[in-house]
Design a protein around this ligand. Structure first.
Ligand SMILES: Nc1ncnc2c1ncn2[C@@H]1O[C@H](COP(=O)(O)OP(=O)(O)OP(=O)(O)O)[C@@H](O)[C@H]1O
Ligand SMILES: [Mg+2]
Length: 330
């Protein structure tokens, strides 16, 4: 699928590769990735551990670790080529265009600074970026308002605390509120609820979905759990071994996935969306990314494997509105 920039897309990725240098040799964590996220759209990235979900999230905001490089293709964020950004442009992009929420939100906050100070700093940085004046009293009001927007109980008291005086769910809400202060066009959330207990998880997911609509933000949501993806996203992108194997509308992906890996992923988790037979584990193990299988990377685990799959990597084809990368449809 060719990706064009028609101004409608906040994220537009074309044939992207990212490679890590390691003592054992290069690890091509992403290869031939095509992806579009429209303005105001929520897209989930789903896949097993090591499939490249976090790498894709980090690449989107140019936060890749030192030993990683963009090795091919193009990643446009709000119409700008991310790989070529540096210095001030990069700082301005993070926060003002895209804001990333991590699994462990404590790392985003400064442990020795009160929440109010950190939120005021976010407003100050935005004012600097927008070349507008900064008024402490108004900024504080806005910060409290954002804490109310993230349904934080008693925000006036919470804002005077230090991070260690808050629960995990409260911290994640503070981080989201700080993100909202920056008025980003895109929020990227990398497993933002996996460190929280199930009830709080559900509350934070519901909150993100509501905020996405209230603020007309785009969301890239990274998760292992296809049920979570279904609940929060308009579209689901399934990754396997550094490649997108299928993407399509959430409803269709959960009820009628085409790619054998996407089908297996759905069969391997209990679902609340349809009647389902026995749950089955995906046989075999994820590939060694230092030496991935030739041809289709899923072929050693695929129940429908054909000769061509072992030698030649399938191209992306459009099947019933889904983009699928599989010889069964090629
Ligand atoms: N800093 C790094 N140095 C070398 N290799 C890395 C580094 N970070 C990730 N990788 C490798 O890149 C591949 C993709 O990793 P990534 O963290 O993007 O996967 P993931 O889908 O987010 O997994 P998880 O679900 O466990 O978070 C893996 O093979 C991983 O071992
Ligand atoms: Mg990850």
């Amino acid at each position: 699928m060719s990706v064009s920039d028609d101004g409608e897309d906040i994220v537009s990725v074309e044939d992207l590769s990212v490679t890590y240098r390691s003592v054992y040799g290069p690890i091509k964590a992403l290869g031939g990735i095509n992806l579009k996220v429209k303005r105001g759209e929520s897209v989930s990235i789903v896949g097993e551990s090591g499939s490249g979900k976090s790498t894709l999230g980090l690449a989107t905001v140019h936060l890749l670790p030192q030993n990683a490089s963009y090795t091919g293709g193009r990643l446009m964020l709000d119409g700008k080529d991310v790989a070529t950004m540096h210095g001030r442009e990069l700082m301005a992009m993070r926060g003002n265009t895209a804001f990333m929420i991590f699994q462990d939100p404590l790392n985003t906050l400064n442990p020795v600074s009160r929440i109010d100070a950190q939120m005021l700093e976010a407003v100050r940085s935005r004012a600097k970026h927008d070349n507008t004046s900064f008024n402490q009293e108004e900024a504080l009001k806005e910060a409290v308002q954002k804490l109310e927007d993230v349904r934080m109980p008693d925000p006036a008291s919470i804002i005077r605390r230090y991070p260690h005086q808050l629960s995990g769910g409260q911290i994640q809400r503070v981080v989201i509120a700080m993100g909202l202060l920056m008025r980003p066009k895109l929020m990227i959330a990398d497993e933002p609820t996996s460190a929280l207990d199930v009830t709080v998880q559900a509350q934070v997911l519901k909150l993100l979905r509501e905020l996405q609509r209230e603020y007309n933000m785009s969301i890239i949501f990274i998760t292992h759990d296809i049920n979570v993806a279904y609940g929060i996203s308009d579209r689901i992108v399934v990754m396997y071994a550094g490649e997108v194997v299928e993407s399509g509308p959430s409803d269709k992906m959960t009820k009628n996935a085409q790619h054998p890996y996407a089908q297996a992923l759905i069969k391997s988790v209990p679902t609340t969306t349809k009647k389902q037979g026995r749950l089955t584990a995906i046989s075999g193990s994820p590939p060694n990314m230092l030496n991935p299988p030739s041809g289709c990377r899923f072929h050693p685990r695929c129940p429908y494997v054909m000769n061509v799959c072992t030698t030649t990597s399938p191209k992306e084809t459009i099947k019933d509105g889904d983009a699928v990368r599989c010889w069964l449809y090629g």
